[in-house]
Design a protein around this ligand. Structure first.
Ligand SMILES: Cc1ncc(COP(=O)(O)O)c(C=O)c1O
Length: 472
């Protein structure tokens, strides 16, 4: 075989395989060694020397070495890698290793990291100042975009994080109804405010914390918990607590116990129960908002709540949260009404700008079809690969959000998710990481697709998964 023909063959193999991360052997004499022709050699694995050094120091400076618990890799073993920079679908660590990134800074990076248009807009706004602490026209612009997109939102209050949005939201539900009890669901995470740290998902589930010490029992005694996708349980709670339930709050697609889709009848049933009992129906769309569809899970499933919380994507990678809903309810929020909630940096011009530019790009035709096509391609590929090696697996997706469990499905609630093989997940996570695929370091977290991920990235991920799964 001539060298040019051999090179063309390698390129052809590479197009559908893990080539950029693989060792392909070329020999000067005959152009191609036999190992290159046989499914390419094992993927070259990364080392993390500088990450280890920096993280060792970090542990002496910050609890667990991190600013947020799930970053710490506690449930998967080993140490986290330390990022140096991000762009598009990729992240680079301080050792110079390149990763295909499916965490996307935990959801916000839906356009891909550091999108040029978002960066340009933020730089222009930055020239005018970084914080006003006074009204700015950018708040109106982002508010109008959110109101136009999200069916339940007629008015919105911006905050600095999803946690803050959820704190404001629960106070508002109680203020509006004059009731205290709220219903949440096992494995759903609504930020780290006291009232929500009951059978919560995300880091709370990852670290196996039943409830957090420091949360006074008085703060959670009005939080009632039900099983996700179990309408009968919610009905029973309403019956047992007549005229006492202020709100039903849920992730309309769960992303904090892995990835769990709701049954449409479950969402509609909750909506109807809230209407019947005078409770506020709340979708916490901090993760799903502008992620599963432009109008969030409420437009994906066609069920409209009374209030919605948001964050992540609407800040385009800068710190933002928001809650919004019917004008009649939002009129309770200070200074229009008596329910107090405030924030020094809320409505920050940089964050508003990043959000506006992100939403502009997301409003283009076909964006969510393309995100879902790519999520499906990845999940189908991973599920097929696991099946090939006889591993139990269950996977699903919605728009730019997806997940899989190492357990036979379907997974409909947290206790089914918890049956997933955590030891296998830990090994899988480390081996994928060492080969250049950055996945969330917990089986209780969803994955995120971006517009920047290419079909080649996904093919490469599946090829690496094939190599890893053959050893699980
Ligand atoms: C559904 C949901 N609600 C609330 C939050 C809290 O948001 P933040 O981390 O911005 O405080 C999160 C965070 O992941 C979330 O996924």
């Amino acid at each position: 075989m001539k060298l040019a023909a051999a090179s063309a063959l390698i390129l052809a193999i590479c197009a559908g395989n893990a080539c950029a991360f693989s060792t392909v052997h070329l020999s000067a004499s005959n152009g191609l060694s036999s190992s290159a022709l046989h499914s390419t050699a094992a993927t070259k694995t990364y080392t993390f020397t500088k990450s280890e050094e920096i993280f060792a120091e970090a542990k002496t400076l910050m609890p667990g070495g991190v600013s947020s618990p799930v970053r710490a890799f506690k449930s998967v073993g080993g140490n986290p890698i330390v990022f140096d920079k991000v762009k598009g679908a990729y992240a680079w660590d301080v050792d110079g290793n390149k990763f295909i990134d499916y965490v996307g800074t935990w959801g916000p990076a839906i356009l891909g990291h550091a999108d040029d248009d978002v960066l340009d807009a933020v730089k222009k706004t930055m020239d005018k100042g970084t914080s006003f602490g006074a009204p700015c026209a950018l708040e109106n612009e982002l508010a109008k975009a959110v109101i136009a997109a999200v069916p339940s939102v007629e008015m919105v209050r911006f905050t600095n994080s999803g946690t803050e949005a959820c704190m404001g939201m629960i106070r508002l539900c109680r203020a509006y109804t004059g009731r205290e009890k709220v219903i949440k669901f096992e494995g759903c995470y609504h930020g780290h405010a006291d009232a929500f740290l009951v059978q919560a998902g995300s880091g709370v589930a990852t670290l196996g914390l039943p409830d957090s010490p420091g949360v006074p029992s008085s703060a959670t005694k009005a939080t009632l918990c039900a099983e996700y996708n179990n309408l009968a349980q919610v009905k029973a709670i309403f019956e047992e607590n007549k005229d006492e339930i202020a709100a039903v709050i849920l992730e309309p697609v769960v992303g904090n116990s892995g990835f769990i889709k709701p049954d449409k009848e479950f969402l509609q049933g909750l909506r109807d129960l809230c209407t019947e009992h005078g409770a506020v129906c709340v979708f916490d769309e901090v993760m799903t908002g502008f992620r599963v569809a432009y109008g969030g899970a409420q437009s994906y499933f066609g069920v409209t709540p009374d209030l919605t919380t948001m964050g992540k994507v609407i800040g385009g990678g800068l710190p933002v949260g928001a809650y919004g809903g019917k004008k009649e309810i939002m009129a309770m929020v200070a200074p229009a009404g008596p329910m107090y909630q405030a924030g020094t940096l809320s409505g920050n011009p940089l964050a508003m700008t990043a959000g506006i530019e992100t939403l502009k790009k997301l409003s283009a035709d076909g964006v969510y079809e393309e995100l879902e096509r790519k999520s499906k391609k990845l999940v189908d590929g991973i599920v097929a690969t696991a099946t090939k090696y006889g591993l139990p697996i269950s996977g699903d997706y919605a728009g730019g959000m997806f997940g899989w469990y190492f357990v036979d499905g379907p997974v409909k609630n947290f206790s089914q998710a918890a049956k997933s093989d955590s030891a296998r997940f830990g090994k899988w996570h480390r081996m994928m990481l060492e080969r250049g695929v950055y996945l969330a370091p917990s089986m209780y977290e969803a994955g995120f697709m971006s517009l920047a991920h290419t079909d080649e990235d996904i093919d490469r991920t599946i090829a690496i998964a094939d190599e890893v799964m053959s050893q699980l």
